[in-house]
Design a protein around this ligand. Sequence first.
Ligand code: IPD
Ligand code: CA
Ligand code: CA
Length: 275
Amino acid sequence: MMMRQTGVFASSANLTVMCNAAFKAARGLIRDFGEVENLQVSRKGPGDFVSSADKKAEQVIYKELKKARSNNGFLMEESEEEKSDSGFRFIIDPLDGTTNFLHGIPHFAISIALEKNGEVIAGVIFDPIKDEMFIAEKGFGAYCNDRRIRVSGRKDITQTLLATGIPFAMHSKKEMETFQRSINVMMPKVAGIRRFGAASLDLAYVAAGRYDAYWESALQPWDVAAGLLIVKEAGGYVTDLQGGDKVLEKGTILASNSKLHGGLLKELKPLYAKE
Ligand code: IPD
Ligand code: CA
Ligand code: CA
């Protein structure tokens, strides 16, 4: 393993390139996050400013990655997909947790995954405010900065802390009702449920053993591509909410330690059967 800036270990050329792109974009995001506070009180609010910060970050990441891996394809939240027949594709969310960012809440991240022939083989999630870089490469474990991370060992559901995402205005009535049913089922069983507002960090926190599990639906590939590998490499289980491996296609996810996954899936699967 080779040493990277801020104590991050990057085990491969791919991870080094991906971490560098995230670090570079983060510098702009941090500057812009400082500005958001000032705009909060303005009449227009920070909306347009944030959407341009988001796009700027995406361009910085794109340029860095393109320079190093010009043949790869790109799937990015803010741009048209760039296809490639190389078999390699980057999946990028330049700012995950936009609503937090917009409201001056310091919980957001940059998420970059690398796919080879449809399988995620490397992932990085960088939280620039807490200076936490979560990385994984297939077969080499998961790390937060220079520390190896593992999912939690908890098996007693009554002691678990779960994370989820709450649907909002742009979601369908059906998605909202399904979510409400899932909360009704999980709430009485667990020690707590959190909605922190950045899917990538929800997954990173499962990988680090902070949350015991995380579920959500109506997601996009860039929300979860890096995180799903990081959880798996931390020893966790990740499936869609039907128990299959079509997380990126279906946009539903259940990630947890191996002891809890079966029991949680049994509760959630019937609720999301028609999603
Ligand atoms: C959102 C966040 C949020 C999740 C939403 C996503 P964005 O991504 O990950 O936690 O609940 O479904 O769209 O818009 O902040 O990149
Ligand atoms: Ca996102
Ligand atoms: Ca985003």
